[in-house]
Design a binder for this molecule. Structure first.
Ligand SMILES: NC(=O)c1ccc[n+]([C@@H]2O[C@H](COP(=O)([O-])OP(=O)(O)OC[C@H]3O[C@@H](n4cnc5c(N)ncnc54)[C@H](OP(=O)(O)O)[C@@H]3O)[C@@H](O)[C@H]2O)c1
Length: 308
């Protein structure tokens, strides 16, 4: 008897390819998926398996800029989860051309679900290059016909090089623009858990959804964020603000020096509009209760040893 699957439904032991699996966030997505032995996991990096990697993950060498390598990496794959990006450390070409190559290769490979890490409100920020790259990739995935889940992240509270934690250790909180404009945040552990759930969610109602991720008590101003950190650490903080006029004045000159610098300053100018706000209704529907700011910050404080 020939069995047919509902479009986007997954076979019992789906093969999942994580693209960007060596990254700060990407490695966390892979770890979340590794916790479930029923999945056949494949992970892609331009360098192949990282030194010392053990376990059941099948590492493949692949480059977003090399379509032939993507065809090989995607063979037999049911689900793609991608958090890869080039704009932060190398070139934004990976975010435009590289994502286009990946989407075309996934279409040819007959992938059943594409989970794409996008950014909150990216469709409202054409002036921010890496936000616009996410919007362009979302449109290409929609046009490809592959069932998708777009998980849209707000600002990460934690980073590989955690400058907020470093500042707190020095008794300082560095704020951008002003103390009162609100925007949304997430911890990367929580975001990775949402992406892993999106990859394997059994309810096909999740397909073709765009899901913002954030905190259940909403966006925070930087003064509110500093107050929450003070409450969780018991350490006093002085807030140092780089005002908007300085950021605005730097946008043009920095363009001649640094693509990344220009991108980040344009991003902060977008934050100023007050539209970088996650709506967590779909997150709660598909992934369960969103953490509160207080609970997430308490975890971040513990992990960074910032408690008093
Ligand atoms: N930071 C924030 O506040 C924030 C907020 C919202 C969304 N985001 C998004 O979050 C994601 C950050 O992920 P992350 O922390 O894991 O990034 P990361 O640490 O910068 O790692 C980048 C990953 O992309 C892969 N990559 C880069 N160029 C590639 C290419 N040409 N071919 C194949 N792979 C390539 C790298 O793989 P190899 O080097 O091993 O090949 C690596 O795994 C990005 O998509 C970013 O846009 C960030």
């Amino acid at each position: 008897m020939i069995q047919t699957l509902t479009p986007g439904a997954l076979p019992p032991n789906p093969r999942i390819l994580v693209v960007g699996a060596t990254g700060y966030l990407g490695a966390k997505i892979l770890r979340q998926l590794e916790a479930e032995p029923a999945f056949a996991l494949r992970a892609m990096s331009r360098r192949g398996a990282p030194a010392g990697s053990v376990g059941a993950v099948d590492w493949v060498q692949g480059d977003l800029m090399d379509p032939a390598s993507l065809a090989a990496a995607l063979g037999g794959v049911d689900v793609v989860v991608s958090s890869a990006n080039g704009y932060m450390k190398e070139t934004i070409a990976a975010d435009f051309e590289g994502n286009r190559n990946l989407i075309e290769a996934a279409t040819r490979a007959g992938v059943k679900r594409f989970v794409f890490l996008s950014i909150v409100a990216c469709d409202n920020a054409p002036s921010v290059p890496h936000f616009h790259a996410k919007k362009v990739a979302e449109d290409l995935i929609k046009a490809s016909g592959i069932p998708y889940v777009f998980v849209r992240a707000p600002a990460f509270l934690d980073q590989a090089d955690d400058y907020v934690a470093k500042g707190v250790k020095a008794g300082r909180f560095y704020a951008v623009g002003d103390k009162s404009t609100k925007w949304s945040y997430v911890l990367t552990d929580d975001l990775a858990a949402c992406l892993a759930k999106a990859a394997t969610h059994p309810d096909v109602a999740i397909l073709n959804q765009t899901i913002d991720v954030g905190w259940c008590d909403g966006a925070k101003s930087q003064s509110e964020l500093a107050d929450l950190i003070v409450a969780a650490t018991g350490r006093p903080l002085s807030i140092w603000v780089v005002p908007w006029f300085v950021i605005r004045a730097l946008v043009r000159p920095i363009r001649f020096i640094s693509d990344l610098g220009y991108d980040l300053l344009q991003m902060f100018m977008f934050f100023r509009t007050g539209r970088f706000i996650a709506d967590t209704a779909r997150q709660e529907r598909f992934f369960g209760p969103a953490p509160s700011s207080g609970e997430a910050i308490a975890r971040w404080v513990r992990r960074n040893g910032l408690g008093g």
